[in-house]
Design a binder for this molecule. Structure first.
Ligand SMILES: NC(=O)c1ccc[n+]([C@@H]2O[C@H](COP(=O)([O-])OP(=O)(O)OC[C@H]3O[C@@H](n4cnc5c(N)ncnc54)[C@H](O)[C@@H]3O)[C@@H](O)[C@H]2O)c1
Length: 292
């Protein structure tokens, strides 16, 4: 289907997201983001780095589509796939109104990616899925309008999207982004471009205090998690969640927050020791809990 046909289609349907959406990087998050926009009726173009990555991205998105159809979403797997293009050719982003950047978390890689998007789509809104980098620092590399759209993992099941407002984000784009997120069936929260945004900052703060409590022998990991699950209705305790996210990942975030927001985010010694021992949580078989 041509771009023009797609736009024509969109004018006859009731889309609450842009009719044509690009996603740079079809990994864990990019594939989920592509799936969400497909579910909302958009035509989605995913660009990844080589043929293997393209095949893997297509596989992840197809898997998510099959899940949606199984759970009763309208249409057929093939019908959804007709609206999906996965390619290594970034010029496929030409003329798209929105490109979501979901490449790995590296400032060099992301600024380079922003420039590549701007070259082929100088008018596009660029939305970054960064979980920790400054959106304002990324935005200065291009003339395009830029905003943060911080999706959560796994994207299909997560209802939250943080809209991160950079220094240069146009005010009307914040309202548009809210409408897009609602159009995806998710709930937006709007946050300033501060380190850790809202979710990582608060989530990591609670986890660090829980780890200090284990370190000080206040209670066992199970009992600390139960305090929050049963006492405060957390769906998962802060230590179990740290195991799921990965102690190394959370250590990196804590170090970044300590360097930007101050000593209150300094990682506890127990956390450093566990990471040094390779106790990274669920993925390594051992964290605050034993998964072996
Ligand atoms: N994984 C999470 O839980 C999570 C949650 C929220 C936000 N994020 C953020 O989302 C972003 C992506 O994370 P992820 O977990 O999906 O990573 P990932 O490693 O699963 O996927 C990254 C994808 O980008 C592709 N890629 C690498 N270099 C590229 C390039 N130059 N051009 C095009 N594609 C390229 C890779 O081939 C891969 O498919 C990061 O900024 C991360 O911080 C991750």
């Amino acid at each position: 289907m041509t771009v023009q046909q797609a736009v024509l289609d969109a004018t006859t349907t009731d889309l609450r997201v842009p009719a044509l959406v690009g996603v740079l990087g079809g990994g864990r998050m990019g594939a989920g983001i592509a799936h969400s926009f497909l579910a909302a009726g958009a035509h989605v173009t995913v660009v990844d780095i080589n043929d293997d990555a393209v095949a893997a991205a297509r596989g992840r998105i197809t898997h998510d589509i099959e899940g949606s159809i199984r759970r009763g979403a309208p249409g057929t797997v093939d019908g959804w796939l007709d609206r999906l293009t996965v390619t290594t050719d970034a010029s496929a982003f030409a003329d798209l109104p929105l490109v979501v950047e979901a490449v790995p978390e590296s400032i060099e890689l992301k600024t380079d990616s922003f420039r590549r998007i701007a070259e082929v789509a100088p008018e596009a809104v660029i939305a970054t899925n960064t979980s920790s980098l400054s959106v304002s620092d990324l935005a200065v590399t291009v003339d395009n309008p830029v905003i943060g759209l911080h999706f959560f993992n796994p994207v299909p099941a997560s209802k939250l999207v943080e809209i991160v407002v950079a220094d240069t984000t146009p005010a009307d784009l914040v309202g548009e982004a809210r409408a897009w997120v609602e159009g995806l069936g998710k709930t937006p929260i709007v946050v300033a471009d501060a380190p850790g945004f809202a979710s990582s900052r608060l989530g990591v703060a609670i986890a660090l205090e829980a780890i200090r409590m284990v370190e000080e022998g206040v209670a066992s990991p199970e009992d600390i998690d139960n305090a929050m699950v049963l006492g405060y209705k957390f769906p998962v305790g802060p230590l179990k969640l740290t195991d799921i996210v990965g102690l190394d990942v959370r250590l990196g975030i804590a170090e970044y927050l300590a360097s930007t927001l101050g000593e209150r985010f300094a990682p506890p010694q127990l956390m450093r020791d566990m990471v040094a021992r390779g106790e990274l949580g669920r993925k390594s078989g051992q964290g605050f809990y034993d998964y072996s």
